[in-house]
Design a protein around this ligand. Structure first.
Ligand code: NDP
Length: 239
């Protein structure tokens, strides 16, 4: 999986380890956080290894998957979770902001899918879960770059789902709404309260709630589900 050093990705890694899965994950650099996640997962009795990889970079994604296959032998599940924001009103958004966010969030899914597809094709099964966002469905103020990247993930996923289905490789998109993580930590409290008040369930989602949906979409519990876009957002409108 991509991006498990913190936030939703970390919760996904922990949840899958609890389910008994071996976990290979990446972040951009091998640092104390990555080592701590490795140790946390290994203490749960599974094989776990972190890799330094920039999944927005084609060659880096290829090298990451090559190493994982050498270390783990096979990959049954790919969770594309790595993502960033760089918000700005469209009037002020720079080309660099657009390219960076779309490059990380959308191109990474292309790079990782390209890298993993041959081995899943050969083994005749696999499940890919791509983390989108309700923002990719509804758009959002100051997030044209992020919304475009997440909407793009839906088109890419549905196309791959069609191409891979006959080979028993499923591709689905999970679209969380508002989930409190480091990504949302800079949002002023008043704005957070306004957003939360607009969610019918009156609260943000938790990283573990995202993780549980990932387990469902990744596992045989959803063995006849592919090409699905699943919003997970406490009943927010537009989603
Ligand atoms: P965080 O910022 O907390 O974590 C992002 C993770 O992605 C980190 O582990 C980071 O690792 C990794 N990452 C970022 N860029 C790269 C890269 N180029 N290559 C490899 N790893 C990378 O984000 P969240 O946990 O909040 O978000 C996770 C996903 O969920 C994202 O795709 C996000 O868009 C989506 N999402 C989040 C929502 C929210 O409200 N939080 C709502 C809807 C969707 P490192 O820094 O170590 O490289």
């Amino acid at each position: 999986m991509t991006g498990a050093t913190r936030g939703i990705g970390h919760a996904i890694a922990v949840r899958f380890a609890k389910e008994g899965c071996n976990v290979a994950f990446c972040g951009r650099t091998r640092n104390d956080k990555m080592v701590a996640v490795e140790e946390e997962l290994a203490a749960m009795g599974v094989k776990a290894k972190g890799y330094a990889a920039d999944v927005a970079n084609y060659d880096s994604a290829q090298a990451f998957v090559k190493e994982v296959l050498a270390d783990f032998g096979k990959v049954d599940i790919l969770i594309n979770n790595a993502g960033i924001t760089d918000d700005s009103a469209m009037k002020r958004m720079t080309e660099e902001q657009f390219d960076r966010v779309v490059g990380t969030n959308l191109k990474s899914v292309f790079c990782m899918t390209k890298a993993i597809q041959p081995s899943m094709w050969k083994q005749g099964y696999g499940s890919i879960v791509n983390i989108g966002s309700v923002v990719g469905l509804a758009g959002n103020y100051n997030q044209a770059n992020y919304a475009a990247s997440k909407a793009g993930i839906i088109g890419l996923s549905k196309s791959c789902a069609k191409e891979f289905a006959a080979r028993n490789i499923r591709v689905n998109v999970l679209c969380p709404g508002f989930v409190e993580t480091e990504m949302t930590a800079d949002i002023p409290k008043e704005l957070m309260d306004t957003w939360t008040s607009r969610i019918p369930m009156k609260r943000a989602g938790t990283p573990d709630e995202v993780a549980q949906c990932c387990v469902f979409l990744a596992s045989d519990m959803s063995s006849y589900i592919t090409s699905v876009v699943l919003p997970m957002c406490g009943g927010m409108e537009d989603a």
